[in-house]
Design a protein around this ligand. Sequence first.
Ligand SMILES: Nc1nc2c(ncn2[C@@H]2O[C@H](COP(=O)(O)OP(=O)(O)OP(=O)(O)O)[C@@H](O)[C@H]2O)c(=O)[nH]1
Ligand SMILES: [Mg+2]
Length: 239
Amino acid sequence: MAGSGEIILAHGIWNFMLHSKSFVPTQIGVYGPTLTGKTTLDRQLTTYGEVKEIDLKNRTHHKKGWLGRYKLPNPTKKRISSEGLTKTIVSRDIGGHQEYYSTWLRDMINRNVSTVVVVIDHRHLLDPNNLENQAALGYLVESLANKTRPKGLTIKGWLRARKYAPQRLILVANKADEWLTDETFPMWEKGLIARHPIFDVFRNHLYKLQAMHIPVYIDAMSARYAWNVQDAIIKGMKI
Ligand SMILES: Nc1nc2c(ncn2[C@@H]2O[C@H](COP(=O)(O)OP(=O)(O)OP(=O)(O)O)[C@@H](O)[C@H]2O)c(=O)[nH]1
Ligand SMILES: [Mg+2]
């Protein structure tokens, strides 16, 4: 007959098997042009709740190391959950100025990122001449299509670069508190947010990702006010 100790042990193993998947960290890369809310999102995922407004002067910048390459902050682990599913993700907060675009690639390939999250906002709706959002996604898509090898790869990353592709891409339009209106909110509720005009300028790049067999998940969020943040990422990770 099994003693109570064995039962407790078996229970522990069973529990571990049930939940172990949620502890295997998923490497996530968060990129997007400056001021879209990447640092806000990083803080939202580490602290939850409303994030204090970040001063516009307080952009994310990186210092150069002795080789002349930008030094990146260490990746950090975050636990996120939605609809009963919990996952551990690993990401780091990189700046969105154009000078950092190639460090996005370096980060993505070196960490073998499986989920790329591209954070954009509504600036192209406010000013049709502002192409920053399109340029940022375009850079990533073109680089993936051309198998670009950025500078500063580790040996493993360098070997990986030619065959690297993320398993999925999440395109998230942040600051929904500003652009999602009472008229368009039902689109989101019905799961049709991908048809919102805010995503129109990205369609060609999205088709290109399709052609590369990289699935894309599209959603809206408000990183500052904690609306649809963890849900969007977890739903995106399911595709
Ligand atoms: N209204 C609104 N503002 C937001 C939201 N998320 C971020 N912001 C604001 O947008 C501005 C830029 O946010 P950051 O998180 O610093 O942007 P970033 O993408 O890290 O910018 P870089 O570090 O330059 O790449 C800040 O003033 C934030 O408070 C949001 O969901 N809604
Ligand atoms: Mg930042």
